[in-house]
Design a binder for this molecule. Structure first.
Ligand code: AMP
Ligand code: MG
Length: 627
């Protein structure tokens, strides 16, 4: 072990004291440092001091130690990807708590942070960068690929702006568990290998943005991805944006840097791109492939009801992976307008907007890649192909969720009747009945081609949202008095609506919402259930008719249960895990959730309690960005 890797006296002292008592694996990881070797690194010696970084994709930086870190949880399969072994880590707990918190550097690691910009909520935000994530380097994986190791929450970097470089325990538990859950759901994602906590290093946060600032414990997640390059990595050249007044830090340096950066991504992570047909270039072929991957990713999101919450261009992976787990949420009682992020007042990133947001983000990337990928071409490509690609992918996944196709059957055109059933399910039945998204598909696997539907109907109705919840979902944004005024203006003076920040369509939607909202006041729970039952019964009768006669009920059910998870990380379950961890230092609920998330299709291994939709206290828990 070489001394030059230690950054503080504290670390050196700690290392030698641990060396005396613990067997030390000499080189636990063999670092390639692909990015640090490829790019010239920002040479500024004050490398952890926040500032604008011009002309560099990465800056050197050093993790800042936390007090007495301990390993709270490890994901064995994620550790295995980089050749680490859970048992070895637990045998050398303190040593690895130091490594995985950044208190001690792995031999051979060159820690760096990445420079990127981003469009946030539709506005260019200028330089953002890794404000609290530090890349330790990357290692070769068993299949010859690369895996970058990042410590999120490891302290300040040049990109920390006014913030502290830390991540609190609650947001770290969420990122740790959800990364792994998404992986086991078969969704492209970064992974999380470890959760390390310090009970003594605390930072101030206002978790609900309510003015109530509290001290919270810090945690560090080691996350893995071949690369954490983002769409926003290429936005560093952006000229001054008239709306925000911001520019990218490397404006004017595009000719020197853009192609070099793209080559980095293509050479290392898109090695098997098909040779493009002339006149397309390899860069255009890359853009097509990334579009395909992004479409696939978001189709998966829609099909498990995952709401990312902060789909800014800086949170979009250049490899088509789900990254940056923050205020995400999984759909429970179906609501196409579900917003998981407390700060997203306009519902910009609600469930139903996710596919079009990916399209918007690809267009921002297209702008950033011009002229290496010519803008006129990329814009036309997105305009012509994106919607078609998305609906192809989404409908294929839905067809499998509903058992129209079973495992092993190739992608094929849907029949009109199948298409109609998917449309009416997602556009009418689910929003009307607000049935629990995950349980719906598991219950539908019990439908037989002939035979009674009562049991299925009972179940679906029992998993449909109670009136109280529906009221909360349909709550108008304006008070009744204001709505009366809006109605009057809409009928007599629609051009004045702009004064309320509304257009006629929005006003009509608000009024419709209000009518629905009022109707729930006079409806009994019984009448409500009866209506849900009728809505479901009509659809189910059609569903039975459309089911493919050459597929047996059993084969269809088995296939459906392999694509429709029984377990998803419901926000209230995460909340319970966080409470136990934060209040009592008890990580058993975290472990339980990790275990169930690792086998989400299993009928046996998932507790019935964990498949229940949110109880009243947690209806559509909205998580803030405070993390
Ligand atoms: P996010 O919303 O988590 O994607 O973060 C947006 C930007 O804010 C990124 O540049 C983050 O690195 C940065 N950021 C968020 N929280 C912190 C923090 N506590 N310290 C430093 N930078 C942060
Ligand atoms: Mg981010």
């Amino acid at each position: 072990m070489k001394l030059k890797h230690f950054t503080t006296y504290h670390q050196i002292r700690r290392t030698f004291s641990t060396l005396m008592v613990e067997p030390l694996q000499e080189e636990p990881l063999k670092f390639e440092n692909t990015a640090a070797n490829y790019f010239q690194l920002d040479p500024n010696p004050s490398n952890n001091v926040p500032r604008q970084v011009r002309g560099f994709a990465y800056s050197k930086c050093t993790p800042t130690p936390v007090k007495n870190p301990y390993i709270a949880s490890l994901s064995e399969s994620a550790l295995n990807i980089i050749g680490l072994n859970k048992a070895t880590l637990l045998d050398n707990k303190q040593l690895y708590a130091d490594y995985l918190s950044g208190n001690r550097l792995f031999p051979g690691s060159i820690p760096i942070s990445h420079n990127y910009c981003g469009h946030q909520f539709g506005t260019f935000a200028g330089q953002l960068g890794d404000g609290r994530a530090i890349t330790l380097g990357d290692v070769k994986t068993g299949d010859g690929g690369l895996m970058e190791l990042q410590l999120k929450g490891a302290g300040k970097t040049p990109y920390s702006r006014q913030a502290d470089g830390r991540a609190v325990l609650r947001s770290s538990v969420r990122e740790y568990l959800c990364s792994e859950a998404m992986h086991y759901l078969g969704i492209p994602t970064s992974r999380a290998a470890s959760l390390v906590v310090s009970d003594e290093t605390k930072v101030q946060r206002d978790p609900l943005y309510s003015g109530n600032v509290i001290w919270e414990k810090c945690a560090i997640v080691m996350r893995l991805a071949p690369s954490f390059f983002r769409f926003g990595s290429f936005e560093v050249f952006k000229e001054r944006d008239p709306m925000s007044g911001r520019s990218g830090p490397s404006v004017g340096l595009q000719d020197d840097m853009l192609q070099h950066m793209l080559d980095f991504v293509l050479d290392h992570f898109y090695a098997d791109l098909p040779i493009p047909d002339p006149p397309l270039t390899i860069y255009q072929s890359f853009f097509q492939e990334l579009t395909r991957r992004t479409v696939k990713m978001v189709s998966h999101w829609q099909c498990v009801g995952y709401v990312h919450g902060v789909m800014n261009t800086d949170n979009m992976s250049i490899l088509g992976l789900t990254i940056d787990y923050g205020p995400f949420g999984f759909m429970e009682y179906f609501n196409p307008r579900l917003v998981s992020n407390h700060s997203d007042q306009e519902a910009r990133y609600c469930y139903e907007n996710q596919p079009k947001t990916c399209k918007y983000n690809l267009k921002r990337l297209a702008e950033a890649l011009d002229p290496v990928v010519p803008l006129a071409w990329s814009m036309e490509y997105i305009d012509k192909k994106y919607d078609e690609m998305y609906s192809g992918e989404y409908l294929d996944m839905m067809a499998r969720k509903l058992g129209f196709k079973i495992q092993g059957q190739a992608k094929a055109e849907l029949s009109d009747a199948e298409f109609q059933l998917i449309s009416s399910l997602m556009g009418h039945v689910m929003p009307e009945t607000a049935t629990d998204f995950t349980n719906t598909f598991r219950i539908l696997s019990k439908v037989t081609k002939v035979g009674p539907l009562d049991e299925v109907l009972d179940k679906l109705v029992s998993y449909s949202a109670p009136i109280e919840h529906k009221k909360a979902m349909n709550k108008p944004h304006y008070a009744p008095g204001a709505l009366l005024k809006i109605k009057d203006i809409l009928e007599n003076n629609p051009h004045v609506l702009a004064m309320f920040g509304l257009d006629p369509d929005m006003a009509r939607k608000e009024l419709e919402l209000y009518e629905k909202y009022k109707a729930f006041d006079t409806q009994s729970e019984e009448a409500h259930n009866l209506k849900n039952r009728e809505t479901w019964a009509k659809w189910l009768i059609q569903y039975q008719k459309v089911l493919n006669p050459s597929i047996t009920d059993q084969a269809r059910a088995e296939s459906m249960n392999k694509v429709n998870p029984k377990f998803i990380l419901r926000n209230y379950l995460l909340e319970q895990a966080i409470r136990a961890a934060d209040d009592q230092g008890d990580y058993r609920v975290v472990e339980d959730l990790l275990r169930m998330a690792s086998d989400p299709y299993s009928e046996e291994r998932i507790s019935e309690v964990s498949v229940q939709p949110a109880p009243k206290w947690a209806y559509e828990l909205c998580v803030s960005c405070s993390s």
